[in-house]
Design a protein around this ligand. Structure first.
Ligand code: NAD
Ligand code: MG
Length: 401
């Protein structure tokens, strides 16, 4: 649908700041902005270290500022944006300064717990936060949600399952909801035995059957850790108990989320597996903007299938669900060790099944040291995150290689 009309209703221009602009979510978002240049004004684009791509995007989207977390790349960025009038800066302080700028919408699309501080700092009265960085809710969900409530900011979920659930969750009737169900594709190893999974390569794990995403979340989808994180994410986003949250494996990734009500109705959101739909929902909410994603042809798809998740073959999902129930620092530790173990797997320094093994080992260590107890501030969370990373690296060095 190359010729789709630009989204041009009579509303004011929406000012946008993007955290994690050069990633997979950032690219999908950029596509929507580019198609609707009169509708959005890009205040600032923030990325980690890719000066080339950030400069290219800043030019294309006519951004006010381009900011890198990695200070050593400032020279490169400055050079590439010379003469454009686009402001450039770099470093942690520059990233935090970016969210200080006046803006209507902040898209939180940094990957990992690195997103915690800047996304949290972006929560301000009157702002809309479109949240993709699930680690904010996994690692610091209580603190993050408390800040959202305190400020009265508007939080919209970008993650496709949560966005789907958000679309069918009747907030005023939360007491009439029986169940909230997140679907999972099951990833490339859905039918593999545990023994087969022990020998898989990064190339195999990076081949997601339906979604095109960043490396970390793709590996997390293969292990189903991503679904575990998403259940934790949902526990913070929706007013339901842990027992009301369920996971359903659905290999076609057409139904993204479901809400079951006490009258027996099961409401679902369906769509092509393309992140531009949930992102657009957050950008235009409560309106609907035109998005050129492939329309679902249900007659052509003909069959949708569902199965229960297998917690034995996918221990990462079980570990995350247990961590949600344990609460306090446990989910942050799971995330931190997972980040390290996934990186080690991608670097061929650890096997695929070492990912859940490392997480369980570090959780056990830290629990026995009483280190999982209360996390009362973002600083506490980041300190625990750091400790868990150190332990994870140690475990991997001693057990793998
Ligand atoms: P990605 O790896 O493709 O991109 C990550 C982005 O974060 C990049 O722009 C990178 O420069 C930036 N970044 C990394 N570290 C940073 C730092 N320290 N400071 C500033 N910027 C930093 O990741 P992605 O797939 O786009 O995912 C982003 C987030 O959205 C993740 O939390 C992921 O779980 C979530 N998410 C992604 C998808 C998807 O389809 N890709 C779907 C749902 C949720
Ligand atoms: Mg998701």
């Amino acid at each position: 649908m190359a010729g789709a009309p630009a989204y041009n209703d009579s509303k004011d221009v929406v000012r946008i700041t993007v955290l994690g602009a050069t990633g997979s979510i950032g690219q999908s978002l950029a596509d929507l902005i580019e198609r609707n240049p009169d509708r959005f004004e890009v205040v600032a684009l923030v990325a980690n270290s890719n000066a080339d791509l950030l400069a290219e995007m800043a030019r294309k989207l006519r951004a006010g500022a381009a900011i890198l977390a990695e200070e050593s790349r400032l020279g490169e960025l400055t050079e590439r944006l010379q003469g454009t009038g686009i402001e450039v800066s770099a470093g942690e302080a520059a990233v935090l300064e970016a969210v200080d700028r006046e803006t209507d919408l902040v898209v939180g699309a940094i990957v990992g717990s690195a997103g915690l501080k800047p996304t949290m700092a972006a929560i301000r009265p009157g702002r809309r936060i479109a949240l993709a960085n699930k680690e904010c809710l996994v690692c610091a969900g209580d603190l993050f949600m408390a800040r959202v409530r305190e400020t009265g900011a508007e939080l919209l979920p970008v993650d496709s399952e949560h966005n789907a659930i958000f679309q069918v969750f009747e907030a005023e009737r939360a007491d009439q909801v029986e169940k909230v169900i997140l679907t999972a594709s099951g990833g490339p190893f859905r039918t593999f035995s545990k023994a087969d999974m022990a020998g898989v390569t990064p190339e195999q794990a990076l081949k997601h059957p339906n979604w095109d995403m960043g490396a970390r979340i793709t590996i997390d989808s293969a292990s189903m850790m991503n679904k575990g994180f998403e259940v934790i994410e949902a526990s913070h986003l929706f007013p339901v108990s842990h027992d009301q949250l369920g996971v359903l494996v659905h290999p076609q990734s057409v139904v993204h989320g479901l809400v079951q009500y006490r009258d027996g109705s099961l409401l679902a959101q369906l769509g092509s597996p393309d992140m531009r739909t949930p992102i657009a929902h957050c950008l235009a909410y409560p309106e609907r903007m035109p998005v050129p994603v492939r329309r679902l042809d249900l007659a052509e798809i003909s069959q949708l299938t569902f199965e229960a998740p297998d917690l034995d073959r996918f221990p990462a999902l079980r570990i995350a669900l247990d961590a949600m129930k344990t609460g306090s620092g446990a989910p942050a530790v799971v995330n931190a060790v997972d980040e390290i173990a996934v990186a080690a797997f991608l670097a061929r320094q650890a096997g695929f099944m070492d990912i859940p093994a490392a997480i369980e080992a570090v959780l056990e260590q830290l629990d026995s040291e009483n280190a999982l107890a209360a996390v009362d501030s973002v600083e506490d969370v980041l300190a625990l995150d750091h400790l868990a990373r150190v332990r994870a690296a140690k475990w991997i060095n001693s057990r793998c290689s």
